[in-house]
Design a binder for this molecule. Structure first.
Ligand code: ATP
Length: 345
């Protein structure tokens, strides 16, 4: 049996679909230049899981994550409409990854400078439990569509406490709870109530306020600097985290992390972007930054800082960037430029 080299941390690596293998390769290359602490167990999921193992979430992949309790994952394609259930959602459920964290920072000064925001999203409940069905009427089998959301007080309190603890650990001062308690009074009202209860334990240390999701979306455009951390139900968090990514240059710029009690999976905020897959043009920064969160998670904050510095220098000093940031570098050229920066410091 192969043994793990001393001092290396075993982690599952899922290249994923679409641009996934390209941004994952770029990230592994950059981590290697940093002196990666990880030893990878490469496994497949999504369409790649079907291709390699006949299953969008193969047992061997689940087993690897169960053993390592740590994974870096490329995006997994979920076909719209009928078909298999999202492997992303299934992974979160399987490992009870209840806390999704998406930090965004301005790296390239643009339309919005000095953005420094963290979105925490409840990852397991709400409308993502996917209790959906049709009610047939007459000869139309799909005459009525019904979706049920489920939030439990325990799960709402758990994500709120997670957010407050995150705030304390990272020196954040204010948490804004995002809801729609004026319309979804029960589903998101419970979320708000539970957050208010938890907030009492943090009085004087972390401030809490709340905002209705539509107003939040507008305020994020008008004055995003008023927010420090946002805590959202599952669906609102999904939508607003793309908006946050837009504030700092687009989907290629925002990392994501999914935390459970004993397992963590790190990923890009963006999806598999099939329109640009295989063209060597994808921006790998989102996954690079996600690997930075993974480094912090395993106590290698120094390496994470070197990584972020190298990305910043590549963008702002060397002026090398991919075409989504109005540059001309390919994915590989960008990764090579970040490696050069790492090797020169
Ligand atoms: P999925 O179904 O997996 O969510 P999608 O194409 O619907 O995929 P995203 O992949 O999140 O959604 O991205 C939407 C668009 O944003 C892509 O089609 C692509 O043009 C652009 N995009 C996303 N990620 C990147 C990236 N890393 N670099 C460059 N462009 C990107």
């Amino acid at each position: 049996m192969e043994s793990t080299p001393r001092h290396k941390i075993p982690a599952t690596l899922i290249p994923g679909d679409g641009i996934g293998p390209e941004v994952v390769a770029a990230t592994v290359q950059v981590l290697d230049a940093l002196g990666s602490p990880f030893i990878w167990d490469v496994q497949h999921a999504g369409i790649a899981g079907v291709t390699h193992c006949g299953d969008p979430l193969p047992d061997v992949t689940l087993e690897s994550v169960r053993k390592n309790k740590l994974a870096l994952k490329g995006p997994l394609t979920t076909p719209i409409g009928d078909g298999f259930r999202s492997s992303n959602v299934r992974l979160r459920e399987e490992f009870q990854l209840f806390g999704n964290v998406r930090p965004v920072h301005t790296i390239i000064p643009g339309r919005y400078d000095k953005i420094d925001l963290v979105l925490v999203r409840e990852n397991l409940g709400g409308f993502y439990v996917a209790h959906e069905y049709y009610i047939p009427v007459g000869d139309d089998p799909k005459a009525v569509a019904v979706a049920t959301g489920v939030n439990t007080r325990d799960a709402c309190a758990r994500i709120a406490r997670f957010a407050f603890e995150y705030a304390l650990k990272h020196g954040r001062k204010k948490i804004t709870v995002v809801h729609k308690a004026n319309i979804l009074k029960v589903l998101t009202g419970l979320f708000l109530d539970a957050a208010r209860d938890v907030a009492r334990d943090y009085e004087g240390r972390v401030e809490m306020n709340d905002i209705i999701v539509d107003a939040c979306a507008m305020q994020l455009v008008l004055n995003p600097w008023q927010f420090d951390m946002l805590v959202c139900t599952n669906l609102f968090g999904d939508i607003l985290s793309d908006q946050l990514a837009g504030l700092v240059g687009g989907l290629g710029m925002a990392p994501g992390a999914n935390y459970g009690t004993d397992t963590a999976i790190f990923e890009a905020v963006h999806g598999s972007a099939p329109d640009i897959a295989g063209k060597d043009v994808a921006n790998p920064i989102s996954l690079l930054l996600a690997s930075g969160l993974m480094l912090e998670h395993v106590g290698k904050g120094d390496l994470a800082q070197r990584l972020r510095t190298a990305i910043t220098q590549t963008l702002n000093t060397d002026h090398i960037c991919t075409r989504d940031l109005k540059g001309t570098a390919s994915t590989r050229e960008f990764a090579a430029a970040v490696v050069r920066r790492i090797e020169s410091t």
